[in-house]
Design a protein around this ligand. Structure first.
Ligand SMILES: C[S@@+](CC[C@H](N)C(=O)[O-])C[C@H]1O[C@@H](n2cnc3c(N)ncnc32)[C@H](O)[C@@H]1O
Length: 370
C-alpha cells in the first residue's frame, strides 16, 4: 500500500482534504475507501478543490489544439495518455490487465455477443464513441498506440464525476456526456446501490459526506447513480449481487411482435421501445405496448388516458407470460452454452453466467407472479 500512501500525500499537497479515511484493498472490488476511525453521520470525509480536478480546461493546448473537436471523454483520455507528469496517480490506477478482465469492451467478440441486450447496446455505443475519439487523437498524435489510448479511455470511462464548470452560464448543458472531470482521490470510492455518501459539487469543488454513522474498518461507498447491473457491467466492469435498481430489457422480445402500424402508433405516443422488467414489476411502457398488442384501439387509448378499470389486466398478463417463458428458456440455453464455452478468460465467463443467472431469477419470479 506504499504507493497509495505516496499518492495520498500528493493529493493532500494539492489541496485534497481527507478526514479519517484511507484507500484500502477490498477483494473483488480493487481499491476502495475504508474508515480509519468511527465517523458520525454528516462528516465530510473527502473534499477535492476545483484546482485538483482534471477537466477539459486543464488539458494543455499542445494536446487539445492539434486534436481539434472531440468529446471531453476523448480529450481527457488523450491528456492522460500523454501526460508523463503525475506518476504517483498513474501508479494507483487499475492496470490494463484489470480492464481486460472486467470491461466487456476488451472481451473476446464471442463473449461480447453473449452480453444481455442492454449491456450490448451500451457496448456498441462505447465502440462508436471510442472509434471517433481514436480517429481524432491518432491523427494528431500518430506515435500514440491504440492500446495506450484504449487504456486511458477506459480509465476516463470508469473514474470521472459529473462536472459542470462553475463559470458556465448554462445550468442545463447541451450534452451531459461532456460534463465530466477526473477527480483524483475521490475516484477511490466504490459504488453502492444504496444511498451511500452524499457527493456535492459547488464553487469550491467536491465534498463527500457520510450519510450514516460508520464504524472503524467499514468500507465507505458513494452511488454512481441508479444503475442496473447491465449498465454497471458495460460501463464499469462489475455487477452487484443485490441491486435494487436492477432491471432487464424486453425490447428484443416485444418489438418483433409489433406491426409497422403499431410501431408507428407507439412512436407517436412516445412509447416505442425501452421496455423493462424489474424484480417486482414490468414498466408502464411495457404495459402500454402489451395493451396495444391485445386490446382494441379504443381500450388502448382509454388506458393511455389514465382510465384503467383493471378488467384487461389478465389478458395483458397472459401475453406477458407468452413473452417471458421463451425468454427464460433462451436464458437457460445461454447459461448452458457459457458453461462449455472455451473463449476469453474464465473470470469473464463467470461474470457473464452470474449476470444471466440474475436475469433468469428476475424472469422466473415474474412468471411465478403471473
Ligand atoms: C471509480 S473506480 C473505484 C476504485 C476502484 N475500485 C479502484 O480499484 O481503483 C470504479 C471502479 O471500481 C470498481 N467498483 C466500483 N464499485 C464496485 C463494487 N461495488 N463492486 C465491485 N467493483 C466495484 C469497478 O471496477 C469500477 O470500474
Amino acid at each position: 500500500m506504499e504507493k497509495h500512501k505516496d499518492f495520498t500525500d500528493w493529493a493532500i499537497s494539492v489541496g485534497v482534504k481527507i478526514n479519517g479515511v484511507a484507500p484500502h484493498h477490498f477483494p473483488g472490488r480493487g481499491l476502495g475507501i475504508i474508515a480509519e476511525k468511527e465517523l458520525k453521520a454528516g462528516s465530510t470525509i473527502v473534499s477535492v478543490p476545483l484546482t485538483a480536478l482534471r477537466t477539459a480546461k486543464t488539458v494543455p493546448k499542445r494536446i487539445s489544439d492539434p486534436i481539434g473537436p472531440i468529446t471531453v471523454h476523448g480529450l481527457l483520455a488523450a491528456d492522460l495518455a500523454m501526460d508523463e507528469s503525475n506518476r504517483l496517480w498513474k501508479a494507483v490506477l487499475p492496470s490494463p490487465q484489470d480492464f481486460q478482465e472486467s470491461m466487456p469492451l476488451m472481451w473476446d467478440p464471442q463473449l461480447q455477443d453473449l452480453l444481455p441486450e442492454a449491456a450490448r447496446t451500451l457496448l456498441e455505443n462505447q465502440k462508436r464513441k471510442l472509434s471517433k475519439d481514436w480517429a481524432a487523437v491518432s491523427k494528431a498524435f500518430p506515435l500514440l498506440t491504440y492500446d495506450e489510448y484504449l487504456y486511458t479511455w477506459l480509465i476516463t470511462n470508469t473514474r470521472t464525476f459529473y462536472f459542470l464548470s462553475p463559470s458556465r452560464k448554462a445550468k442545463h448543458p447541451s450534452n451531459r456526456d461532456d460534463c465530466m472531470a477526473l477527480n483524483p482521490f475521490a475516484d477511490y470510492f466504490n459504488h453502492t446501490d444504496d444511498q451511500g455518501c452524499e457527493v456535492t459539487f459547488g464553487p469550491n469543488g467536491y465534498a463527500i459526506t457520510t450519510d450514516k454513522p460508520i464504524k472503524k474498518g467499514e468500507e465507505i461507498y458513494i452511488s454512481y447513480g441508479n444503475h442496473s447491473n447491465d449498465f454497471l457491467l458495460a460501463e464499469y466492469g462489475f455487477i452487484l449481487e443485490q441491486n435494487k435498481w436492477d432491471e432487464i430489457c424486453l425490447d428484443s422480445y416485444i418489438l418483433p411482435l409489433l406491426s409497422e402500424t403499431q410501431k408507428k402508433t407507439l412512436k407517436d405516443a412516445g412509447f416505442l421501445g425501452k421496455y423493462v422488467l424489474d424484480k417486482e414489476t414490468v414498466c408502464y411502457r411495457t404495459q402500454v405496448a402489451l395493451r396495444l398488442l391485445c386490446l382494441p384501439l379504443k381500450d388502448w387509448r382509454r388506458f393511455l388516458n389514465g382510465h384503467d378499470d383493471g378488467k384487461d389486466q389478465s389478458a395483458v398478463d397472459q401475453l406477458l407470460l407468452k413473452i417471458l417463458q421463451p425468454y427464460s428458456k433462451t436464458v437457460e440455453e445461454t447459461i448452458k452454452s457459457l458453461a462449455v464455452l472455451d473463449c476469453g478468460l474464465a473470470s469473464q465467463r463467470e461474470t457473464l453466467s452470474r449476470r444471466w443467472r440474475q436475469i433468469h431469477l428476475i424472469l422466473r419470479s415474474a412468471i411465478a407472479r403471473i
